[in-house]
Design a protein around this ligand. Structure first.
Ligand code: SME
Length: 151
């Protein structure tokens, strides 16, 4: 798996005019999950800045109870406030973490900016300990910059 090779497919999925935005995002989640072995849950959360909550959007992976997350809570909620990538090599070492499944060992959350505003995030859980590198961050920043064109 080489992130550079995945980029054209990401663009193609998001440019498919026969699909609406949620379908494109779900297809993208599936594509990422299928092509990166340690991406075991892939989804988007979107921010409501009035209620200061995140809302689950398209995702693939185990069903989650965490469809609404207040800003500040968990890894996702912290990224809603920090506007920065959050890489968690080992979730068991995090105090402010919302557990979805005992199979999840690590997590990466990268904010999604539209015209400079943090409107949500891509969230990826892994069953592997410490799998994420700067290459994942750069790739997911690319993914989100492409996704931002849909808004
Ligand atoms: N673990 C996340 C909650 C969302 S699930 O991973 C789908 C968190 O701590 O914010």
């Amino acid at each position: 798996m080489n992130f550079e090779q995945l980029k054209p497919n990401v663009i193609q999925i998001l440019e498919d005019t026969s699909n609406d935005r949620d379908t494109k995002l779900k297809t993208l989640c599936q594509f990422l999950s299928d092509n990166v072995s340690y991406y075991n849950w892939v989804g988007f959360y979107f921010a409501n800045h009035e209620t200061k909550t995140l809302h689950l959007g398209p995702y693939v992976g185990a069903e989650t109870d965490h469809t609404v997350i207040p800003f500040g809570k968990g890894i996702c909620g912290q990224v809603a406030e920090s506007n920065a990538n959050f890489v968690v090599p080992d979730v068991s070492a995090q105090d402010n973490y919302i557990a979805c499944s005992f199979t999840v060992k690590s997590e990466i959350v990268v904010p999604l900016f539209v015209n400079g505003k943090n409107i949500g995030q891509i969230d990826i859980d892994s069953h592997v300990l410490n799998p994420f590198t700067e290459a994942d961050e750069r790739f997911l920043e690319f993914v989100n910059s492409e996704v931002s064109k849909l808004f």
